[in-house]
Design a binder for this molecule. Structure first.
Ligand code: GPP
Ligand code: MG
Length: 291
């Protein structure tokens, strides 16, 4: 099934595993204020966390309503900064280029890429609700001829081979087997194309997954990979790292501010803070060339 009327309408969504059905159910029913209220600010709906120093003065705002709004806006600014950080690594790209957003959620990342480069974008999500929501946002912006979202499996997209100049996963790799995922990116990317991932991974030097990592897995129904697994799987799939950045330190202010946002917390905030602080969990960006 697809939500866009393109040739890919002929592509059937492969039979889903029980696990994939469960993940799709989560995202079909997810309506956390931390995602919807932030997205409403400018129509950019993100499903990832933020980076950079926070403006802590929002917490001192005396008016309770204004305080809530300022905290919401500040968290959105940090999430947007994360999206821009990833998007900057995709380029240079031109208006003739096409990019692939694997695990696109409600679509914010593809819009950010289109606004920056003028490129076309195809986003894929296992959630029919998210694809429908994202397509509606693109229609509202008048960019639905350039930015399309599909209800499909990112491991088996049915999108055309070698057609993409760049592709990415923004906090979605923990739902899939990395070898299957990177094989699909390598198929979709043209030679010399750029792949970027931002992810939470567990730290091999700490040992196996910590208690906090296990709690995060249970919270989102995902399976966080160790850092080493990324480099092995990239190398096996013609993806050669060109830039690696540990974002753990710059990820903390977002979580500290979010933990103080009573109107937005989901309950996972303290777990992220202690996972990052105790060294068991890292927030990583990897950019790789398709060779
Ligand atoms: C955030 O999405 C990301 C995930 C669910 C994947 C897990 C990420 C890791 C780094 C482990 P979201 O924006 O929907 O989450 P929330 O509702 O908590 O804001
Ligand atoms: Mg969120």
């Amino acid at each position: 099934m697809t939500t866009t009327p393109d040739a890919a309408a002929a592509v059937r969504l492969p039979a889903q595993s029980v696990y994939q059905n469960r993940v799709a159910d989560y995202w079909n029913t997810e309506a956390n204020p931390v995602n919807l209220e932030l997205g409403r600010i400018d129509g950019l709906y993100h499903h990832h966390y933020g980076v950079g120093e926070a403006d802590w003065s929002v917490l001192d705002e005396p008016d309770p309503g204004l305080r809530r709004d300022r905290i919401t806006a500040e968290l959105h600014r940090l999430e947007h900064a994360q999206a821009e950080l990833l998007t900057a690594r995709l380029g240079p790209l031109s208006t003739a280029d096409r990019v692939f957003d694997a695990g696109c959620g409600r679509g914010g990342g593809s819009v950010v890429a289109h606004l920056r480069y003028g490129c076309e974008a195809d986003g894929v999500t296992i959630s029919a609700k998210q694809a429908e929501f994202a397509n509606e946002q693109a229609r509202k912006r008048g960019i639905d001829d350039k930015v399309r979202y599909h209800h499909r499996n990112m491991l088996d997209t049915g999108l055309p081979t070698g057609a993409f100049a760049a592709s990415w996963n923004n906090e979605s790799t923990m739902y899939v087997e990395l070898d299957l995922l990177f094989a699909e990116h390598a198929r979709l990317l043209r030679r010399g194309g750029r792949y970027v991932v931002i992810t939470g991974c567990y730290n091999d030097t700490y040992g196996r997954a910590s208690r906090e990592v296990s709690l995060i897995n249970a919270h989102y129904i995902c399976d966080i990979h160790p850092r080493s697994a990324y480099f092995r799987a990239l190398a096996r799939n013609r993806l050669v790292p060109v830039h690696v950045e540990d974002l753990t330190e710059v990820a903390l202010p977002y979580w500290e501010l979010r933990s103080r946002a009573d109107h937005l917390v989901t309950g996972i905030e303290e777990t992220f803070i202690s996972a990052y602080r105790n060294g068991s969990f890292q927030y990583l960006l990897i950019a790789a060339d398709r060779v």
